[in-house]
Design a protein around this ligand. Structure first.
Ligand code: NHR
Ligand code: GAR
Length: 221
């Protein structure tokens, strides 16, 4: 009798620009044994990103590649590529990373790069999503994990979670409730990816071998 060989832990690189609360949620899920992966490196484009401190406290290597040290987007992305590729990642995670990538960068990691965006995509691509959703009188808002493609915030959707917009909501209060959902669906999507359950196949997101509909998997408690 041979027992099944456990699948190798996926090698993960995380890119951040700020507080890194989504990074923390993923670190916690790795440490709980829920994600079959190892975060090899956390890269920030900002020196003062608190996520670097979170990495340090979790004994994960961190480094800074400042976009301000490069004359254009292409040379910045080349520096990122050199660092990322030195870790041979199976998965690149954008966790509040705030610089737009060149097509070359995106295409290099196209079936293995995830982002979390604070809206119910395809609504509210870009920035200031919470304020815009409130101003438009939307009943619901939320967050989406998607594969990253050349089209900004336009890649195939993997997992989505919605919250109701309340009458007294401000951009801040709404953002807080959306964050709580982000911290649930991002570790879930990463868990599924690392178990080879979530895959991008010919531009279509599949879960357990079946295509998801265009809105992705709808997460509910
Ligand atoms: N790059 C590509 N090509 N495609 C995507 O879908 C990307 C991407 C890079 C980042 C995250 C994204 C988000 O979830 C992301 C998705 C930054 C901006 C932006 O306007 C927009 C979207 C996203 C991230 N950045 C400004 C810039 O000039 C800088 C803003 C700042 O520094 O605060 O790069 O929302
Ligand atoms: C998250 O809300 C994420 O959805 C958003 O930035 C926040 C990062 O928080 N991402 C973007 O707006 C990408 N443009 P965190 O640093 O605490 O994870």
């Amino acid at each position: 009798m041979t027992s099944p060989v456990p699948a190798a832990a996926k090698r993960i690189v995380v890119l951040i620009s700020g507080s890194g609360s989504n990074l923390q949620a993923i670190i916690d899920a790795v440490n709980a044994g829920r994600i079959n992966g190892k975060i090899e490196m956390v890269i920030s484009n900002k020196d003062d990103a608190y996520g670097l401190e979170r990495a340090r406290q979790a004994d994960i290597p961190g480094c800074v590649i400042r976009h301000t040290d490069y004359s254009d987007r292409d040379s910045f992305d080349q520096a990122l590529i050199a660092e990322i590729d030195s870790h041979s990642p199976d998965l690149v995670i954008l966790a509040g990373f705030m610089r737009i990538f060149t097509p070359e960068f995106v295409n290099r990691y196209s079936d293995r790069m995830l982002n979390i965006h604070p809206s119910l995509l395809p609504k509210y691509k870009g920035l200031n999503t919470h304020q815009r959703a409130i101003e438009d009188g939307e009943a619901r808002h939320g967050c989406t994990v998607h594969f990253v493609t050349e089209e900004l915030d336009g890649g195939p959707l993997a997992v989505q979670a919605a919250v109701d917009i309340l009458p007294d909501d401000t951009a801040d209060s709404l953002q807080q409730r959306v964050h709580t959902q982000e911290h649930k669906i991002y570790p879930l999507a990463v868990e599924w990816f690392c178990n080879d359950r979530l895959q991008l196949v010919s531009g279509q997101v599949q879960l357990d071998g079946s295509s998801l509909d265009s809105q992705g998997y709808q997460f509910t408690e």
